[in-house]
Ligand binder design. Structure first.
Ligand SMILES: Cc1ncc(C[n+]2csc(CCOP(=O)(O)OP(=O)(O)O)c2C)c(N)n1
Ligand SMILES: [Mg+2]
Length: 609
């Protein structure tokens, strides 16, 4: 790199510092010192190294940049302003209700692929993107900027692990090692050799550099992709770098400068600042775009009514079937693929499957990363273990990620394995995610059709599958739109709403009650969110406004609460049968009986009403 380039990048870095200060001072909040430590790194990446079409941030072969330390958002916004994507004056709207420049990056901006700010998530998403690049035979690199405090998060090391295992040499982690966290110094301060050893242990090539030396930054970036390992750049930096009265000072995290302080800082930076607008940015290779179009249709099903198939197995059948024609579909699992049956997809399409091993936060992050690249990622594990990734799922909601989660082994009906393996909170969690769809099929046909719906519906969809085999009750051509429900029996005394294994208990109860002269309506509420309120309400009105819900889930936040929440405004009483109390190992039938969610309990409830 020639001297003039270095001077230019130094100048741009200071320009980014100035923007970070003026925008946070205007907003009256924000993290200017966290921006300043990374300004030289970001300036070098955006104006001297990364290959991208700055006019078209979505271009398929652009290098990707994830600001995992999302609180440095003003720095990211400043970099894009300096590329000329929008006028720098817009930066002054930072954090305002009417502005797209939110406190932490969100998808209101075209250059943000995932929302960040909940620390520790960016590297997993980056790993997913790097894997997608490999699958699509594209040569873009994925750069992830992390804070040194941030890398205390275990999820960072879940991601580091998998990137090392899969030798993702198109993934670059840059640690802004500024010695400080939020409330105090980080555990290791500037003893950054500790971080180097950790990344090395996970199979990364590591470079330790002075993060304010543009020449050094550019030099190590020049080595990206030269071997078969992911690259970690540990950059020794100073928080507040470039401003004499802020640099390396504790107590300045998350504090904007007041007007006088800002003026003082800008006076220090201004003389050596330079604009990036008009600086030529290396163009990405014009490689062919992957075909990420949805297929015209899916191959048909071939079940017989009465066949006994677990919904988890039908999930695997569905992925393998629709994956044939839907090239967008990729799958990943957390070492449970022979239980969730995602191995049916793996065996057929090994190139499109990522074993994520037992690291569920990273599993969800990797899937989210694939989703940002136009893929339709199906991640599966036991539903209970998705709760470990609650925050990743929550943030995927904020990112409006195209993410498909299939959680198996739900409820007490898994039986002998006992309570740590039973998902009994999953519907509560998944229902609460913004924009989510929650599906709970009972038989193989509905499962397969719902997997199709998941692939065709953008956004976060959760499929709840069960361990026990259940009989096929629907014909192969039955349709299962999201937001629908099926009325399976019609009666006069009560409406029973259920899904999954307990639907069969409801059907059993209905048939036995009928023999005793009591008729009830039974509804398969396979779409828990959105719920088919109209279908349930109409049925309730015909049964004296009496509704009973039955579910293999804790009574908090599941199907019963969904139904009660929708119908209460119509004055309908909903009686919930659900799991209350601590489960234990046993036979599925014993547990369903013990928790009062089997046919006998349903009959008793209906009679009591
Ligand atoms: C998961 C999570 N925990 C806590 C926070 C609150 N928080 C925001 S920034 C920060 C300190 C980050 O320190 P570091 O990663 O070193 O970043 P720096 O600002 O020093 O660059 C903390 C604790 C958060 N945003 N996310
Ligand atoms: Mg720090």
């Amino acid at each position: 790199m020639i001297d003039t380039d270095i001077e230019l990048l130094k100048g741009i870095a200071n320009q980014l510092r100035i923007h970070s200060i003026t925008s946070t001072t205007a907003a009256g909040s924000g993290h200017p010192t966290s921006c300043c430590s990374a300004a030289d790194i970001v300036a070098t990446l955006f104006f001297g190294h990364m290959r991208y079409d700055a006019k078209n941030p979505h271009y398929h072969n652009n290098d990707r940049f994830i600001l995992s330390k999302g609180h440095a958002a003003p720095l990211l916004y400043a970099a894009w302003a300096e590329t000329g994507l929008f006028p720098a004056s817009e930066l002054l709207t930072l954090r305002q209700f009417t502005s797209n420049f939110e406190g932490h990056p969100t998808l209101r901006l075209p250059f943000v692929d995932v929302a960040t700010g909940s620390l520790g998530q960016g590297l997993s998403v980056g790993a997913g993107m790097a894997l997608a690049a490999r699958l699509d035979k594209l040569d873009y690199n994925t750069y992830v900027l992390l804070g040194d405090g941030e890398i205390a998060e275990g999820s960072v090391w879940e991601a580091a692990n998998i990137a090392g295992i899969y030798k993702l040499n198109n993934l670059i982690a840059i640690v802004d090692a500024n010695r400080l966290g939020q409330s105090q110094a980080t555990a290791f301060g500037h003893d950054i050799g500790v971080y180097a050893k950790r990344f090395e242990a996970f199979g990364w090539r590591v470079e330790v550099i002075d993060g304010h030396d543009i020449e050094e930054i550019a030099e190590v970036l020049g080595g990206v992709g030269l071997d078969d390992k992911p690259l970690a750049i540990i950059a020794k930096t100073y928080k507040g770098a470039g401003i004499s009265f802020l640099q390396d000072k504790d107590g300045w995290h998350g504090k904007p400068l007041n007007k006088d302080e800002a003026a003082k800082a800008i006076a220090e930076l201004q003389p050596s600042s330079k604009s990036g607008v008009g600086v030529p940015i290396p163009a990405p290779n014009p490689l062919p775009a992957p075909d990420n179009a949805a297929p015209a249709g899916y191959p048909s099903l071939n079940y017989k009514v009465g066949d006994k198939v677990a919904t988890r197995e039908a999930y695997g059948n569905a992925l393998a079937r629709i994956g044939e024609v839907d090239r967008r579909i990729v799958a990943m699992d957390g070492d449970t693929k022979n239980s969730t049956y995602s191995e049916k997809f793996f065996k057929k399409f090994p190139d499109r499957f990522t074993e994520c091993f037992i690291a569920e936060q990273n599993l969800v992050g990797v899937a989210t990363g694939f989703g940002t690249r136009g893929k339709v990622p199906f991640a599966s594990t036991f539903a209970a273990f998705f709760t470990r990734a609650a925050d990743q799922i929550r943030v995927a909601g904020i990112s409006q990620a195209n993410l498909k989660l299939a959680g198996s082994h739900v409820g007490v009906s898994i039986g002998e394995d006992g309570p740590t393996q039973m998902a009994l909170e999953d519907m509560a969690l998944m229902r609460a995610v913004v924009g989510s769809v929650v599906l709970y099929p009972s038989d193989a046909v509905s499962t397969e059709k719902l997997v199709e719906q998941m692939a065709l519906t953008k956004g976060i969809c959760f499929l709840r599958t069960s361990r026990p085999k259940t009989p096929v009750i629907y014909g192969n051509d039955e349709q299962f739109p999201i937001g629908g429900a099926k009325v399976l029996r019609e009666g006069a005394k009560a409406t029973i709403v259920s899904a999954g294994v307990t639907l069969f208990e409801a059907l059993k109860a209905a048939d036995q009650l009928k023999a005793e002269g009591i008729t009830v309506t039974v509804i398969d509420a396979y779409s828990v969110k959105p719920l088919a309120k109209d279908v349930i309400l109409a049925a309730a009105k015909k049964t004296g406004n009496t509704v009973v819900t039955v579910e293999d889930h804790y009574s908090e936040g599941g199907l019963g609460d969904a139904v009660a929440g929708e119908l209460s405004v119509d004055g309908i009483k909903v009686h919930k049968l659900a799991v209350n109390g601590l489960p234990r190992s046993g036979k599925a039938e014993e547990l369903l009986a013990h928790f009062g969610i089997d046919a006998a309990a349903i009959m008793k409830k209906v009679k009591s009403l």
